[in-house]
Design a protein around this ligand. Sequence first.
Ligand code: PLP
Length: 449
Amino acid sequence: MTNSEAMRGLPAVHRFLSDPQVAAFEALFGRAQVKDAIARVLDNARGSLRDGVPPFGTLRDAVLADLERAQLDALVPVVNGTGVLLHTNLGRAPLAPSAIEAIRDCGEGYSNLEYDVYEGRRGSRYDRAGALLRSVTGAQDALLVNNCAAAVLLILDTFAKGREVVVARSELVEIGGGFRLPDVLERSGARLVEVGATNKVYLHDFERALAPDTALLLRSHTSNYRITGFTHDVAGADLCALGKRAGVPVVEDLGSGSLVDLAEYGLPHERTVQEALSEGMDLIAFSGDKLLGGPQAGIIAGSKPLIARLRVNPLLRALRVDKLTLAALVATLRLYAVPERRTEIPFYAMLAATPAQLRERAERYCVSVDGCEIAETSAYVGGGALPEHGIPSIGVALPGDAERVAADLRRGAQPIVSRIESGRALLDLRSILPQQDAQVITALQSIFA
Ligand SMILES: *Cc1c(COP(=O)(O)O)cnc(C)c1O
């Protein structure tokens, strides 16, 4: 058989398009994308015609696999079985029901985004969350941008362009995703003045670095690492006092920025937003989707006159939050105003779950799926908080080849991300929402059937 004869043997595109399973994808993606997938599979087959023309069924399955993969390339919900509660790759904090409702309500129609409903005139989107942020944090004023990286950039651009920013050498953090403090400083046009040694910094290091050109003293949360052993740090209050004496604003990039003391949940104490402000920080920046448990956002809180200067920086226009973020953030902040409502924030519900509750759920998995075993595990907060602190947790260890099982879980109709521990795929129940248990069990049953 020559190549051209074999080529004639390949099924025509319309034969794929009239297959009901392929056609189902047409309703999802449109005809063009489905045709592209068919073309890719036919191209591939043309390359190996020496081995004969594959049967139509084989080619159709390859088209379906290509389309299923494309489906997973779009943004889809995922079950988080990793045990990392604020997993940046998996979208960090799940939102509270009231935040989802607010997104739906404000997204479905119009809102008072930039309109003062009471007075009937133009309003400011930045006022929508302002009062709540002031009351929840205790700050004089607050401003919202897209994320914490944008908050830091806006602060540096406003106050430090062409001037010096003093930072302890031990705090020049790189968090994931290309945010590296020294690089952000450089991009903003500020000059970095590093002080102290890697392990030790003293107040007199900062004092000596003060110069007429000093714009800011900057502190940063060392989110994802710890320097332990022979160390010395400067207390926030001392740094703030020095800033006041010198007339230089002190700014802290808090990163996660908790509004509550995590010690309430049996975790080590993590510096809170309120603490940083009460020590006298002039401005702090923190994320909306880490320990706050809300949507991606960057919150700047602190001195009213300094925030007034941020508000008139033209860069703010490029960093402004959209209405859906605002809607979700306001709804989430309201849950902090009433302590009993805090566990409506999924992150705090996950922290509050007891090992006994997790074990009860794990038992349901084990009676429904053959070969599963209950395992004691450690969950982690994630989101650049308490990187070394494991939270006692319960997982379900799955039978079979770990890599194979993990891939089957990821590629199912409802992708599930597991973690591999001691050679087995494992689902940590602390990061799986209880309302997802039924669908996860169904997925496991079909994999291990
Ligand atoms: C996470 C983090 C950031 C970046 O926050 P985003 O909201 O993701 O932009 C900045 N600084 C520190 C210290 C962080 O931990």
